[in-house]
Design a protein around this ligand. Structure first.
Ligand SMILES: NC(=O)c1ccc[n+]([C@@H]2O[C@H](COP(=O)([O-])OP(=O)(O)OC[C@H]3O[C@@H](n4cnc5c(N)ncnc54)[C@H](OP(=O)(O)O)[C@@H]3O)[C@@H](O)[C@H]2O)c1
Length: 303
């Protein structure tokens, strides 16, 4: 994705804005060799790149997503390079499918050492374009909040019983920065799971089950591709994003956050009214520019 030629210093800019966490192959291998790691959303993007890297480091990866053929393709390539991968096609938005998934996985592998909760769906749409689209809110919640929560509920009893387990939430930096117009459905659903898991984390750490949240910055995947503006912005490759997720699996930090997001988070909390007004201004100006562009296209008879 986003393969346009970039100016000099682009890599540095990406690192500054989105953060760059690298975990050495040996360190990752020492942490995950022989471990059973379930990766959701492993058919494409960040999940796919994460599963490949974990498998290269010797983990037994369980690949979950809806598209069976794509999962099989990823698994075949992993096996072809000597790794161990198993596919479990499932719609995580369906609670019954999540129950069946966990029963099957525990029956076939005995345990899940780490869960990478990565599957997700993003929507960028203004409220004016959403009056007839309540299903946007339902669908984003189903896959970004309710599905991941159900999966954790199903896996936790076995993890707590064994006294070990690790859960990595692939969240977004957008839940740490001030709320942004047009991203309401997506950010609300990602925030819900973030808060849910942070509450749960306090209850389970004493039983040996830990959590990490990766507040991921922009990554150029099929998720961000439809938004033209995002394609021009400095973003990570799926492999660089996988580096962050693998660090979370191996090192188990509380969270991984891009460097500029921490001050933006603090600023937004301290100065809530001015930041909301600033983003409101940006929304108005960008809406006006888009309208002008549409009007010009109509004048020229373009679609
Ligand atoms: N890309 C970014 O800029 C960015 C930034 C911050 C955070 N994130 C987060 O990173 C995660 C991965 O995003 P990505 O960019 O890699 O997107 P992606 O390339 O679109 O991948 C999303 C993955 O989720 C799976 N998925 C979607 N709905 C599902 C469902 N109902 N049941 C099971 N699997 C489902 C998809 O597989 P199927 O379609 O085969 O089911 C796919 O494997 C998401 O949680 C996203 O919120 C992304």
């Amino acid at each position: 994705m986003a393969s346009a030629k970039r100016p000099a210093g682009w890599g540095l800019l990406v690192a500054l804005v989105q953060g760059r966490t690298r975990i050495a192959d040996e360190r990752l291998e020492a942490a995950v060799r022989g471990q059973v790691v379930l990766v959701t959303g492993a058919s494409y993007g960040i999940g796919e790149a994460t599963a490949r890297r974990l498998a290269r480091a010797g983990a037994v990866v369980l690949l979950v997503a809806r598209t069976a053929e794509q999962l099989e393709l990823v698994a075949d390539e992993i096996r072809g390079s000597g790794g161990q991968a198993f596919t479990y096609p499932a719609n995580l938005a369906d609670p019954a499918a999540v129950e069946e998934l966990v029963q099957t996985v525990l029956a076939e592998h005995g345990r899940v050492d780490a869960l990478v909760s990565n599957a997700g769906k993003s929507i960028r749409r203004s409220v004016a374009d959403s009056y007839q689209r309540f299903h946007d809110i339902e669908r984003t919640n189903a896959i970004n909040y309710l599905g991941p929560a159900k999966l954790v509920l199903e896996l936790l009893p076995s993890m707590r019983e064994r006294g070990s387990g690790h859960i990595v939430n692939v969240s977004t930096a957008g839940v740490r920065t001030p709320p942004l117009a047009r991203w309401s459905a997506y950010l609300a659903s990602k925030s819900a799971f973030d808060v849910w898991l942070r509450c749960v984390a306090q209850e389970i750490r004493g039983d040996g089950v830990t959590t990490s949240t990766v507040y991921m910055g922009l990554v150029h995947t099929r998720m961000s591709a439809p938004t033209a503006l995002l394609n021009k912005m400095p973003g990570l490759t799926p492999e660089q994003a996988a580096d962050q997720v693998c660090t979370a699996v191996a090192v188990r930090p509380h969270n991984i956050t891009p460097p500029l997001v921490r001050p933006a988070d603090a600023f937004g909390n301290l100065f809530r009214v001015p930041t909301d007004r600033l983003f409101e201004l940006y929304f108005r100006l960008s809406s006006r520019t888009s309208k002008r562009r549409r009007d010009k296209q109509e004048e020229r008879g373009e679609q």
